[in-house]
Design a protein around this ligand. Structure first.
Ligand SMILES: [Zn+2]
Length: 243
């Protein structure tokens, strides 16, 4: 253990049980052999595409009838004043909207958001619908639910109430099999309302010598922290960061 602490790469140590420690070391070698510029370009294009889609939605639907809930690299969740998105299209844009969805049934290639084509997949025929659904820049319906809690882009949950209530969730840093479906919604809700992070226990095993050790660690699971926007005094609504 002393050797480990003297190692210049030593970063952190935690005692799991008497005489048994988890040690975090920095990497001794970091090969930089990936074309990261490619990744940055893909990410930037994704954000630009989302911004275009957001601006399109903003024009199509009155702001009184929708509110953004969460935007991540490739998805946008918003609450809407109607079950049916088409009911929300502003009356003076309905003709343009229907034309963008049904009026481009041609074998020529189309690009989302250009030459009167919508960001939603065309619905003129099955062939074009399937083609657009697998084409970049078109936005597909991923999830439709009754309510949603967004703590941060990696910790969100949606709830669709029906004969059986279904949840769809992401929870970075928590082992999924340790989440109990009966209480999962209330756990997200409690973090949202109180801003108190939830501490979870993750169980892992490590082999050391000729033995296998199981160890449990307490970690911050669901967290209220959100660094991309400013959280308001109600702990729920957010405003842009000021630079
Ligand atoms: Zn078609």
């Amino acid at each position: 253990m002393e050797d480990a602490v003297r190692n210049p790469l030593f970063r952190k140590m935690e005692e799991i049980s008497p005489g048994f420690y988890e040690i975090q070391l920095a990497k001794s070698r970091i090969p930089i052999n990936l074309p990261t510029s490619l990744g940055v370009a893909v990410l930037s294009y994704a954000k630009e595409a989302l911004l275009d889609f957001q601006n399109y939605l903003d024009r199509l639907i009155d702001r009184d009838h929708k509110q953004n809930l969460m935007i991540d690299t490739d998805c946008l969740y918003f609450s809407a004043a109607s079950d049916n998105l088409e009911d929300l299209v502003q009356p003076h844009l309905r003709r343009e909207y229907y034309d963008s969805i049904y009026g481009h049934c041609s074998s020529l290639p189309v690009t989302a958001g250009q030459n009167g084509v919508s960001y939603f997949p065309r619905r003129c025929c099955q062939e074009h619908e399937l083609l657009d659904k697998s084409s970049p820049l078109f936005f597909k319906l991923e999830n439709k639910s009754d309510s949603m809690i967004c703590l941060n882009p990696k910790s969100v949950i949606t709830r669709a109430v029906g004969p059986t209530t279904t949840y769809k969730y992401s929870c970075k840093g928590i082992q999924r099999d340790r989440l109990d479906m009966a209480t999962i919604w209330d756990r997200y809700l409690s973090v949202l309302k109180t801003a108190k992070p939830e501490i979870v226990e993750n169980i892992t095993f490590r082999s050391f010598g000729n033995k296998v050790y199981t160890y449990a660690q307490k970690r911050v699971g669901l967290s209220h922290s959100y660094w991309k926007r400013k959280i308001g005094p109600d702990l729920i609504n957010t405003t842009p960061l000021e630079f």
